[in-house]
Ligand binder design. Structure first.
Ligand SMILES: C[S@@+](CC[C@H](N)C(=O)[O-])C[C@H]1O[C@@H](n2cnc3c(N)ncnc32)[C@H](O)[C@@H]1O
Length: 284
């Protein structure tokens, strides 16, 4: 499935770009937002980051007709300051995974398809979900399920994993999903493994640490009057973004409440349903 950019109009309106703006797209993905940024004003340039080498290659292919206006950077957005050597007019983050990650079983992000327990955006890093599931202590597992997954059955799930891995290494997403389903009897629409998979993904990629460092770095390279726009997809990230904007004296929130997608967008792109966009301007 193609990745559909979320809150596209709201992002473009919120960035308020002028001619020849230089914009950081911290999470290039398939470049949907970048394309719209480049089309919204003449002469704009984008410095586009993605820590997933394969996604970056796909973005280059997808954006080849406008590639002369993009600097592609294969790195985490926490490294913005290493690569961006000029003040920028705006920085945009669309945090998290893309449909490409979830739809490819080999990347191990989904409990719906069997695949290796991987979940890395950056395939060169050593820490994978398999390393965590088989190597971290029962207490550490329970802690991340509770903290990063907001999973109320964190302890029984950690126990079930601990018992199962004594019989043999857990290497597949389907094995883990089954262990979780057997450990908790849950009703409702959500798959029992949803929150644990979220917790593992956040832990593998240090997603919360990345957001803190990335926002900090982006504000440093923003021009006075420059715009920071961030889309997050779960409450842990949104809290970080909200507090970051609130606590920085050099930022002024232009959205008191986060902007959320309307019903039409959610209907046509269910992934958008939990998106929240926050925008702030760097004070002059
Ligand atoms: C939600 S997608 C972005 C979609 C994009 N806005 C579009 O329109 O296609 C998020 C992308 O950010 C990348 N990513 C996640 N964490 C990152 C990080 N810390 N630094 C850089 N890229 C990251 C993922 O690999 C993924 O490709």
């Amino acid at each position: 499935m193609k990745h559909v950019p979320v809150l596209l109009k709201e992002v473009i309106d919120g960035l308020s770009l002028k001619e020849n703006s230089v914009v950081i797209d911290a999470t290039l993905g398939l470049g949907g937002h970048t394309r719209a940024i480049l089309e919204s004003v003449t002469g704009a340039r984008v410095i586009g980051f993605d820590r997933d080498a394969r996604n970056l290659e796909l973005a280059k292919e997808e954006l080849k007709d406008v590639a002369d206006r993009i600097e592609f950077v294969e790195d985490s957005f926490s490294g913005i300051e290493t690569h961006v050597k000029e003040p920028v007019d705006a920085a945009f983050f669309d945090i998290g995974f893309s449909s490409l990650h979830v739809d490819d079983p080999e990347r191990g992000f989904s409990f719906m398809h069997d695949g290796p327990l991987d979940m890395r955006y950056d395939q060169s890093q050593e820490l994978t979900a398999e390393v965590i599931v088989n190597g971290w202590t029962r207490d550490e597992l329970a802690r991340i399920f509770r903290k990063l997954g907001e999973e109320s059955y964190a302890a029984p799930i950690a126990k079930a994993i601990f018992v199962a891995r004594k019989k043999g290494r857990i290497t597949r997403t389907s094995e883990l999903a089954e262990i979780i389903s057997n450990a908790v009897r849950r009703s409702g629409k959500q798959h029992p493994a949803t929150k644990v998979f979220q917790a593992l993904r956040i832990a593998v990629n240090d997603e919360l640490g990345e957001v803190e460092k990335g926002l900090e770095a982006a504000v440093k390279v923003l021009k006075p009057g420059g715009v920071l726009a961030v889309i997050s997809f779960h409450s842990l990230e949104d809290r970080i973004v909200k507090n970051f904007i609130k606590n920085r004296e050099d930022l002024e929130a232009t959205t008191k409440r986060p902007i959320k997608p309307g019903l039409e967008e959610i209907k046509s792109n269910p992934r958008a349903r939990s998106a929240k966009l926050r925008i702030a301007v760097k004070k002059v």
